[in-house]
Design a protein around this ligand. Structure first.
Ligand code: NA7
Length: 523
């Protein structure tokens, strides 16, 4: 397609949950002339790319990890399992795009190579890697929190001659593990979801683990029709609860640990473990994520469970997490620890036996050589800030985002950036993002962005941007919240610690409901 200098009211980058809703809202509810671009070949964003075996939503998912605004959509879509699979999420987003007739306004397989701000025109021209240029008054960056793959740079890794896949860039064709010796690096959500599936088929799996993880049993099961009917009947109430309760509709328990004996507390952990999902983390006692002693008690309980499951004591030792429970993204698994009881699975603890180099057919660690036919990199993402920096828009006076964000991801509300007029982010650094239900978070953020745009247009104003002072205050505000918890004490991607050289800064707002109240206040 060749189109030159087409003028839009708004350009949206990305067609995942955030971008699709933004397109629907700005175009259909507000009547704007909108165009969306996506480098991928279809809608879905993260869910288009992350097709590795076992990929599922790592949260209590359906029907809450979904759009909430349309009761008709809720009524017509049947979620089949409690922990939604990648294929189901993608099918749902494809349905959403068709149902709201969004596809005609999205240009796929098109990367934005340049996004600038033209001060005189108060518009943002863009260039693409296709023969298309355009401009818009507003640029909506729905570029995803988990998009830029983190590729390890071990010596010789590029010489490895076998198949090699990153979980976040998984091929669309079926990958066969049959008869193969597979090496997996990384034990975050992606690795922990993929490893049991790979082990079922592969001849041998060697897991290279840098940090042992807390993972809770997902206890995924089919949804009953009665359950779905109940959700539908109570939808308005559930939606209100989600908004009020940090993104999920569940009543969290407000028990105080001090009012129970240790035996009673352990019995409660046991019950919540059996329930599965994230109940152990959100439903045990108040303060698990801020009180070191209580946190350690829950951590020790989970470590005890890992010891019970994993038969070989030496392997179990290597799997013992030693950071504060819940301060890295909590993982829900389907038989992860059990997988280490299989004869075809081995675990290498990189902390005592680090990788030294790759050869064309093996991984060489300090203590030995591991021949492999296939390498799976479950090594995560340059999360949250990475996708904005990949876009690297230019603001006032040509200021590049990578200059502005060299040392800190300064912004206001996780949604706007001083020096970048009329640019909005959905789930930017400091927004609740992954700490809230992302689809609902996207709806609420987009509503706010839409109101900003409406206000500007009604007042006949050309542009808006945050002030540097507002950014500094905002930075203090989100950090003050994080500092009340144990999160900053752990090396996690929440802190930017997984990427060498990345500024260390807490990347999310931990109190989503309060954040969305704050957006209303700011408006
Ligand atoms: P994560 O959670 O960032 O996990 C990546 C894993 O890869 C983690 O175990 C890392 O160890 C490990 N890693 C990263 N780089 C290396 C190198 N160089 N060597 C060895 N091991 C490495 O990414 P996921 O894709 O699993 O999940 C991302 C999010 O997607 C998840 O939180 C959900 O929200 C959905 P580390 O722990 O950093 O020591």
């Amino acid at each position: 397609m060749t189109e030159k200098n087409v003028e839009y009211d708004a350009i949206i980058i990305g067609s995942g949950f955030g971008g699709l809703y933004a397109l629907h809202h700005l175009r259909d509810n507000m009547g704007l002339n909108v165009r969306a671009f996506d480098g991928a070949g279809g809608v879905g964003g993260t869910w288009w790319y992350n097709r590795y075996p076992g990929a599922r939503v790592d949260a209590p998912s359906s029907p809450f990890y979904a759009y909430t605004f349309s009761k008709e959509l809720v009524d017509e879509w049947d979620w089949t399992e409690t922990q939604t699979s990648q294929a189901s999420v993608l099918a749902y987003l494809e349905h959403f795009a068709k149902r709201f007739d969004l596809l005609k306004d999205i240009q796929f397989e098109t990367w934005i190579t340049d996004a600038r701000y033209d001060e005189a025109a108060q518009r943002g021209p863009i260039q693409t890697d296709h023969d298309v240029t355009a401009s818009a008054q507003f640029l909506i960056c729905a570029v995803g929190a988990l998009f830029v793959a983190n590729m390890p740079d071990y010596p010789g890794i590029n010489d490895f001659a076998g198949e090699c896949y990153h979980t976040g860039r998984w091929p669309h064709e079926k990958v066969s593990f049959a008869g193969k010796r597979v090496g997996v690096i990384g034990t975050g959500s992606s690795g922990i979801q993929a490893i049991p599936e790979i082990a079922k088929e592969a001849e041998h799996v060697t897991v290279f683990q840098r940090t042992p993880q807390y993972s809770l049993p997902a206890r995924n099961r089919p949804h009953s029709q009665e359950e779905l009917a109940r959700f539908r009947a109570d939808w308005d109430e559930l939606r209100t609860s989600m908004r009020k309760r940090g993104g999920w509709p569940f009543e969290t328990n407000r028990r105080r640990a001090s009012e129970y004996t240790r035996e009673q507390r352990l019995a409660i952990y046991e019950e919540l473990w059996e329930q599965g999902g994230i109940h152990l983390s959100i439903n045990s006692f108040v303060g698990v994520i801020s009180d070191k002693e209580l946190n350690e008690e829950v951590g020790a309980f989970v470590r005890g469970k890992i010891r019970e499951i994993v038969k070989d004591p030496q392997t179990a030792d290597k799997l013992m997490p030693d950071y504060h429970f819940g301060t890295k993204r909590l993982i829900l698994d389907n038989g992860y620890f059990e997988t280490y009881n299989r004869p075809n699975v081995a675990l290498v603890d990189l902390r005592e036996d680090p990788i030294e180099a790759f050869t064309p057919s093996s991984v060489r660690t300090k203590n030995g050589e591991h021949p492999i036919d296939m390498l799976v990199l479950a090594t995560g993402f340059d999360a949250v800030s990475g996708s904005m920096l990949k876009l690297n828009p230019k603001g006032r006076d040509g200021l590049r985002l990578e200059q502005k964000w060299g040392e800190r991801f300064d912004n206001y509300l996780g949604a706007t950036i001083a020096g970048f007029p009329n640019l909005f982010m959905i789930h930017g650094p400091g927004a609740p993002g992954v700490f809230f239900t992302m689809p609902l978070g996207g709806e609420l953020t987009t509503a706010w962005i839409g109101n900003c745009i409406r206000h500007l247009r009604e007042q006949n104003l050309g542009a808006m941007e945050a002030t540097a002072d507002a950014e500094a205050n905002w930075d203090r505000e989100i950090n003050a919240i994080a500092e009340q918890t144990l999160y900053p004490l752990t090396n996690s991607w929440y802190m930017g610690a997984n990427i060498p050289g990345k500024p260390r800064q807490f990347l999310g707002h931990l109190r989503g409901s309060q954040y969305f109240d704050r957006l209303l206040e700011v408006a």
